[in-house]
Design a protein around this ligand. Structure first.
Ligand SMILES: NC(=O)c1ccc[n+]([C@@H]2O[C@H](COP(=O)([O-])OP(=O)(O)OC[C@H]3O[C@@H](n4cnc5c(N)ncnc54)[C@H](OP(=O)(O)O)[C@@H]3O)[C@@H](O)[C@H]2O)c1
Length: 224
């Protein structure tokens, strides 16, 4: 008698649009094998998927999640624990980018709170951040902090595989602020999907990216 393989439990955040929506589409329509896909967005709605295109082995569950609110994150964790026991893969895609010359205090706070849970709040007093040496845009240091956190999380959780990536410059609401991005959302989903489901030979705690913005390859570990 063949046993039915256990479904993998996957959480993708920020699925309302852009790369997150594409990751969700690609998993829902192309994942081979049983999958329970928790599709998390602030609105808690499913992405606009043709039900006929969803693989018969994939079950999608919409979830409301605001990653800047601890109660919302706790509610998601406890729901997954109750319904599934654990989560196999988390693609933490939600993010913001205020493409301004100088971020306002609120934008700076939102960027750190969203992209990196606000560890530098003490330095974002109105008008002080740039004077104290933070770059004019808040986006880049918020993501650099995430690279550092990835190393530490991987070191402290040796049973988990934890990596972070830059998906490239991708034609989404976020990426389009800075010009005309060369990558489609489908191409932007490639590196996150590879890190979550590809054979990356247990490489852990690293930052992955392409060598240049015009490169649409599967990414590689980059010195950081
Ligand atoms: N596009 C690029 O060129 C590029 C380049 C490098 C890195 N990235 C990274 O790739 C990721 C996805 O980017 P994208 O281009 O797909 O951006 P996008 O189209 O603007 O989508 C961002 C997603 O994040 C969600 N989000 C924002 N704040 C949130 C919060 N507090 N709680 C929960 N969800 C929140 C948004 O949900 P709502 O609909 O609720 O706002 C939306 O679904 C981001 O982490 C971004 O930094 C993108």
């Amino acid at each position: 008698m063949t046993s039915v393989p256990k479904a993998r439990v996957v959480v993708v955040t920020g699925i309302s649009r852009g790369i997150g929506r594409s990751i969700c589409h690609q998993l829902a329509t192309g994942y081979a094998g049983p999958l329970v896909l928790y599709a998390a967005s602030r609105a808690g709605k499913l992405p606009d998927l043709d039900p006929a295109s969803v693989s018969t082995t994939v079950k999608i569950i919409p979830l409301a999640l605001t990653i800047t609110e601890q109660a919302s994150v706790n509610a998601l964790a406890s729901r997954i624990r109750t319904e599934q026991g654990c989560c196999d893969v988390l693609i933490n895609n939600a993010g913001v980018y205020h493409y301004n010359e100088v971020a306002s205090k609120d934008q700076r706070l939102e960027t750190y709170n969203t992209n990196f849970h606000g560890t530098v709040r003490h330095d974002v007093v109105e008008g002080q951040a740039v004077r104290r040496g933070w770059p004019r845009m808040a986006y880049f240091p918020s993501k650099a902090a995430l690279n550092a956190a990835t190393r530490i999380l991987a070191r402290d959780n040796p049973d988990l595989l934890i990596n972070c990536c830059c998906p490239g410059w991708v034609d989404t609401e976020l990426g389009g602020q800075a010009g005309r991005p060369p990558k489609t959302p489908e191409q932007g989903a490639a590196i996150p999907l590879r890190l979550a489901f590809g054979n990356i030979k247990n490489i852990n705690g690293r930052y992955w990216a392409n060598d240049s913005v015009s490169d649409i390859g599967p990414g590689k570990t980059q010195p950081w």
